[in-house]
Design a protein around this ligand. Structure first.
Ligand SMILES: O=P(O)(O)OC[C@H]1O[C@H](O[C@H]2O[C@H](CO)[C@@H](O)[C@H](O)[C@H]2O)[C@H](O)[C@@H](O)[C@@H]1O
Ligand SMILES: O=c1ccn([C@@H]2O[C@H](COP(=O)(O)OP(=O)(O)O)[C@@H](O)[C@H]2O)c(=O)[nH]1
Length: 505
């Protein structure tokens, strides 16, 4: 895949561009710099794709990483894009995670609009686009990811019209009524339309996007097709005016639900070490009771408060006995300098403290709350050890945790309680689907899950496992990249057609 003579000049036929690199630099307890797997589902999903396809991954290596040179990690060329401390605050914590993130997740928290954050977003997106342009071979495929980089496709097309450009949005795309709040909504739409294929998690996300295209720039759309005019009637700097019936560029905007490398999760679950660890977790918790499990980045989109409320009320109502049931809640640290996340942590920890104060006993907590990020082996052991998995997101692009739980349960046991507001619910229809805002409904469903007879557990799990095995991450990337390839071929045909036409004139 590599061409070029020297490592720093290496160029690639396949380039992934994402805010996060697969590895994140951090400072060890001894004060030394170390590397660890980056948090979140984007990295979980993309890592096996890159390991299979090879190529380069352009992204940010985490705090204090200015001046790090490209290096190779598990066969992938890692190309770090530096961010200053000020840019981390304005582009990452600010515009990405305090403007776009809440806006795209149904304004569960209020979005903040700051012009300085937008300026920083534009500047950093340009840096990513330039880094991608310098890393990509002639006519390479570049796959840009997620809301942090929505301007990159447009910028990259201007810098390198020879490239085939894909974009995948890992989080929901909001309904027009919400999206239209964004002061820079038109620039975002135009940035995204620089791509040849724009992927979304769910059908509704793709149709929200095409509606925004019609409303904001007035381009023609038909189903999953958007026709971007090649000739504009607008004065320079203006948008919206174009010659109807003129030549267009075709952009596909379609849902491609992401997934996991399900075989590798099952293989890990089958190892004696992980099984021994699962048995140890169960025995540490008393051995015989039911274990409920939740694991999420500590994020307000995940519905951790709703889950704790339902669980606390079930204890208070006497419907569950803390001696028989335990909740393990892993809340892994996330975006800790954003105020909404700090507040959420305080609220969650207050609630956990109250539940444990009211219902805990010496030697037995009602909630085992863990504010850590765990490696995959421990995650899989926890999945295996638990009787009920609670995914109560208020809004979630996909939620890979739900799919990992299912992939892990080769014993055909365990019950998945799953929010209908997570993308994963489209495929996992045999989960117990819930509306997390309906606390009474959630309580009843938790009881159903705890008391579900083994044959029904096995039947539901078997059907979900089939889905997760069939629709794995390889299928996702293959489907997306096949569309990109089709688009590249069509562009080539069109260019040939133009050449022949010009020669005949
Ligand atoms: O990079 P961070 O700010 O630490 O956040 C971690 C990642 O969170 C989000 O993940 C999303 O992608 C998953 C895979 O498609 C999906 O299952 C989940 O629903 C999404 O929330 C975010 O979109 C990523 O960019 C972050 O890296
Ligand atoms: O302590 C933790 C918590 C989460 N994860 C992983 O982080 C990803 C979370 O992805 P998901 O799509 O559920 O949500 P996101 O955090 O991306 O919003 C999954 O692969 C989890 O296994 C992990 O490895 N350790």
């Amino acid at each position: 895949m590599t061409s070029g003579t020297n490592q720093s000049e290496a160029r690639f036929d396949f380039v992934v561009v994402a805010n996060r690199l697969p590895v994140d630099r951090y400072t060890t307890a001894e004060g030394e710099p170390g590397w660890r797997t980056s948090p979140g589902g984007l990295v979980t999903a993309l890592t096996p794709v890159m390991e299979r396809l090879g190529g380069a991954w352009v992204g940010w290596a985490g705090a204090d990483t200015e001046g790090i040179s490209p290096f190779t990690h598990n066969g992938t060329r890692i190309v770090p894009v530096p961010l200053s401390a000020e840019e981390v605050e304005s582009y990452y914590e600010g515009f990405s995670n305090d403007t776009l993130w809440p806006l795209y997740h149904d304004v569960i928290a209020p979005p903040t609009y700051h012009r300085e954050w937008w300026d920083s977003y534009v500047k950093v997106n340009r840096r990513f686009a330039e880094a991608a342009a310098e890393t990509a071979n002639e006519r390479a495929t570049v796959w840009v990811h997620d809301y942090q980089l929505q301007l990159v496709p447009g910028m990259l097309r201007e810098l390198r019209p020879d490239l085939t450009i894909g974009f995948f949005n890992h989080i929901p795309f909001p309904a027009y009524g919400l999206f239209s709040q964004l002061p820079w909504r038109t620039q975002i739409i135009e940035g995204l339309l620089g791509a040849d294929v724009i992927g979304f998690q769910r059908v509704a996300d793709a149709s929200n996007f095409t509606r925004a295209v019609r409303r904001l720039v007035g381009y023609e759309t038909k189903g999953t097709s958007v026709y971007v005019p090649l000739e504009s009637d607008s004065a320079p700097g203006q948008t919206g005016g174009y010659r109807r019936g003129g030549p267009t560029r075709h952009v596909l905007a379609k849902h491609f639900p992401i997934s996991i490398d399900s075989a590798s999760f099952e293989a890990l679950a089958r190892t004696p070490e992980v099984q021994a660890r699962a048995a140890e977790i169960r025995s540490d918790l008393g051995g015989s009771g039911k274990i409920l499990f939740g694991v999420d980045r500590l994020d307000y989109t995940k519905g951790i408060r709703h889950r704790l409320k339902a669980y606390g009320e079930l204890l208070a109502d006497g419907r569950i006995d803390p001696a028989d049931v335990t909740l393990i809640q892993v809340a892994s640290p996330s975006r800790e300098r954003v105020e909404t996340y700090r507040q959420l942590r305080d609220e969650i920890e207050l609630t956990v403290g109250r539940i444990n104060g009211d219902f805990g006993q010496i030697g037995h907590s009602a909630v085992h709350y863990l504010h850590h990020g765990y490696p995959r082996e421990e995650m899989v052991a926890l999945y295996l050890a638990s009787d009920v998995m609670l995914v109560t997101a208020l809004r979630d692009g996909m939620n890979l945790v739900a799919k990992e739980y299912v992939a892990t349960r080769f014993d055909q046991d365990g019950v998945l309680v799953l929010s209908e507001f997570a993308g994963a619910s489209d495929d996992l229809t045999q989960a117990l689907l819930i509306n997390p805002h309906d606390i009474e409904g959630l309580k009843d469903t938790i009881m159903t899950a705890i008391n579900m007879p083994q044959p029904e557990r096995a039947k539901r799990m078997k059907s979900m496992r089939k889905k997760v095995r069939e629709n794995d991450v390889e299928r996702w990337s293959t489907a997306f990249l096949a569309e990109l390839e089709r688009s590249a071929a069509a562009r080539l045909d069109e260019a040939r057609g133009h050449r022949v036409g010009a020669e005949q004139q």
